[in-house]
Design a protein around this ligand. Structure first.
Ligand SMILES: [Zn+2]
Length: 381
């Protein structure tokens, strides 16, 4: 077995705050409380040491789709995001027919059992045709609890989240069903009013799927879902910080209003993340990626992002000027808590997996460790 490691000299971001010159001890695959005798010390002076990122909304990367790729392709997508610091990822599907989605859930649940992914997020088909974004309209359906149940059963305990338009017929009952089964009910791709959104939160919804995107704008007499989601302490808001999905002012407004404990930065990435421009398929729809921006060929809707969480981190602290501790929480602890895996990942604390990210002084990614193994070796000599 490899000797244990002590990372010394970095600015370490812990749940309690930033520690200058802090020490983090790795023993095998875990973070340890104290150093055993045979120890290699790694000098991380001039660097940041933060927990591995947790992405709860991600459709693929590295040229591979979590909705349609083979097992090898899905793993390639997972690996691509690991190279960018995401050590825990939930695989998100896009709208498909019910049979296809159930089959997909079977394949992805095996990968979740093996620990390759942290679970499955079904985005659609229970979403609003008015706010469909890059989902096929003809495959959309109302959220019938019996059908929702079929999907989560097909995921064999590995369904983590379902995004739905809760104002549709059956929406509130579906939220209750999800909450009863320990699956996150996420409000999104929705045309709900302020009051309808409050009703869904009261029924047990806990996440806002990419707040601002695919929902009515904040109006002065019709505040809509955005106000209801931002003001309610029971809701965590997902934000896509790629500079395309949200104006920096909107992002900052949401971050400051919800507070750092109620934000989860997500990628909503599609195949082109970590891969390049070109033509891709998102479910059955064709997407053109140009200059890193993914749009439907037909209609031009934004179709997911090409974001990776290391870029989301760097933008948040350098462009948006958000506090580092808050950004770290939004990238690790908050999503880990929601997914029910905070006992294993999401912070640099003894007993947890040795999942960590090394950043340089400008917040550029230098190293990624997952379960004690380097995915990206910072080569610090
Ligand atoms: Zn998505």
């Amino acid at each position: 077995m490899a000797p244990s490691k002590v990372f010394a000299g970095a600015r370490v971001v812990l749940p309690t705050g930033i520690v200058d010159g802090g020490r983090v001890i790795i023993d095998g695959a875990r973070i340890a409380g104290s150093a055993p005798t045979e120890t290699e010390t790694v000098d991380l002076s001039g660097h940041w040491l933060v927990p591995g990122f947790v992405d709860m909304h991600n459709h693929g990367g590295g040229g591979a789709s979590f909705t349609s790729g083979t097992v090898e392709e899905v793993l390639q997508g997972v690996h691509t995001h690991r190279l960018h610091g995401t050590t825990t990822v939930v695989a998100s599907t896009v709208t498909g027919d019910m049979h296809g989605l159930a089959e997909r859930a079977g394949l992805l649940s095996e990968l979740a059992e093996q620990g390759d992914i942290a679970g499955i997020h079904f985005e659609g088909p229970f979403i609003s045709p008015c706010r469909k974004g890059a989902h096929s309209e003809e495959l959309l359906r109302d959220p019938d609890p019996a059908e929702v149940r079929k999907l989560i059963d097909a995921a064999r305990g590995r369904a983590k989240m379902v995004t739905l338009a809760t104002e549709l017929p059956g929406g509130i009952d579906s939220v209750r069903l999800l909450a009863e089964h320990g699956v996150i009910a996420a409000i999104g791709h929705t045309d709900a009013t302020y009051e309808q959104t409050q009703e869904a939160i009261d029924a047990g919804a806990t996440v806002a799927t990419h707040l601002f995107n695919a929902m009515p704008a904040l109006g002065h007499r019709a505040p809509g879902p955005i106000a209801a989601l931002l003001e309610d302490e029971r809701i965590t808001v997902e934000l896509i910080n790629d500079g395309t999905h949200l104006h920096p002012a909107s992002l900052q407004l949401a971050f400051h209003h919800a507070g750092a404990d109620r934000v989860a930065f997500i990628t909503d990435a599609m195949d082109a993340a970590g891969f390049g421009d070109g033509r891709y398929m998102l479910g059955p729809l064709e997407v053109e990626v140009a200059d890193g921006v993914a749009r439907l060929v037909e209609g031009g809707s934004i179709a997911g992002s090409t974001l990776t969480l290391d870029r989301a981190f760097q933008r948040a602290v350098t462009v948006d000027r958000l506090p580092v501790e808050g950004v770290v929480a939004a990238l690790s602890a908050n999503p880990a808590r929601l997914l029910g895996v905070y006992d294993k990942v999401g912070s640099l604390e003894p007993g947890k997996d040795a999942d960590l990210v090394v950043l340089d002084a400008d917040f550029g990614l230098k190293g990624v460790m997952r379960k004690g193994e380097w995915v990206v070796d910072p080569q610090l000599g």
